[in-house]
Design a protein around this ligand. Structure first.
Ligand SMILES: [Zn+2]
Length: 324
């Protein structure tokens, strides 16, 4: 049994996990006013779980941050105060147990792959921004230092809109296929077209929210449908690129925006079909994520389980060599 911890911007979820089965789960609100308070909060909810289920073999932690994987140090973290924190060492010291830390999108992709029994999977997480993860041979692809794979920051158009967040590029997938991009397009259209339905949906902050845009599209508003059509087309272009590079068994779409998939997924798949190399696309299943609300904690736990197994295998082969 291992523990999976999913540190989000609003809550810290912890689960005791066996394989991909959640045995016990609990959560607390994320405390974000200082790094120390955040770490104390994580420690408290994990200790509560250990008191209930006993000591785990290891703890896996997913955070919405970029991680140097070998050391478990947070390189950058936008929503929670962890930048520069040696999180693996810090939590390892607090619990006296092996701790492994990864990016939350990598954890979600790992969970999805293991829940579905797919060894080769690409997951795109469509939310405020666009994240993602790549699982190859059942293992997470992280690049040389753990900062990969930032699937949302591949260029679709070099002259496109500025990428939101702290990316210096223009026209990234995130600049077209994120919640922020939808709100930007809806707001621009509303400002240009004062007699439109979207113009009546401009809020006190001067913006049209994603929720208002979804409601307008569901009601058949042609402006809102056009925005989703463009979103879907760009998503299809992105999917075709990932299919051509990775040839996954499955390309999964997750994240909060996937709840509005009836407004874009079919069109995106059509676009991907028209663009990806046919022999590669034919064997890739493109579908919504199935991991559900527990995917974050399950992925963190699968990670911890894989690392424990790898360490045992390394010790075993060293013992075998020493005997020779
Ligand atoms: Zn970008």
């Amino acid at each position: 049994m291992v523990l999976g911890v999913d540190v989000g911007g609003t809550k810290v979820a912890v689960a005791a996990v066996d394989g991909v089965t959640v045995l016990e789960a609990t959560e607390d609100r994320t405390i974000t006013h200082t790094t120390e308070a955040l770490l104390d909060g994580i420690e408290a909810v994990v200790r509560r779980m250990i008191d209930k289920v006993g000591e785990p073999e290891a703890i896996g932690v997913g955070v919405p941050s970029q991680i140097d994987y070998a050391t478990g140090t947070v390189e950058t973290s936008v929503n929670i105060p962890l930048t520069g924190v040696p999180l693996r060492e810090e939590l390892g010291r607090r619990f006296g147990l092996p701790v492994f830390v990864d990016n939350d999108a990598n954890c979600a992709a790992l969970a999805e792959a293991h829940i579905l029994g797919e060894d080769n999977l690409v997951m795109l997480t469509l939310g405020t921004g666009v994240g993602g993860g790549v699982v190859t041979g059942g293992m997470t692809f992280r690049g040389a230092h753990g900062l990969g794979a930032e699937l949302g920051h591949v260029t679709l158009n070099p002259d496109g809109p500025p990428c939101p967040g702290n990316c210096p590029n223009r026209g990234c997938i995130e600049a077209y296929c994120s919640g922020q991009a939808l709100e930007r397009d809806a707001t621009e259209l509303a400002q240009d077209k004062l007699d439109s339905r979207l113009a009546t949906a401009i809020g006190d902050d001067g913006k049209v929210s994603g929720r208002e845009l979804v409601e307008a599209a569901e009601a058949g508003d042609s402006d809102a449908l056009l925005i989703f059509d463009n979103f879907a087309r760009m998503l299809g272009v992105a999917i075709a690129g990932y299919v051509n590079v990775f040839e996954p068994d499955r390309l999964t779409i997750g994240g909060g925006l996937s709840r509005a998939s009836h407004l874009f997924l079919e069109r995106a798949i059509q676009e991907a079909n028209a663009r990806a190399l046919p022999a590669l696309l034919r064997r890739t299943k493109i579908a919504l994520a199935e991991g559900g609300a527990d995917a974050g904690v399950i992925g963190a736990a699968v990670l911890a389980g894989q690392e424990v197994a790898a360490q045992k295998a390394a010790r075993y082969s060293k013992a075998a060599r020493d005997n020779d």
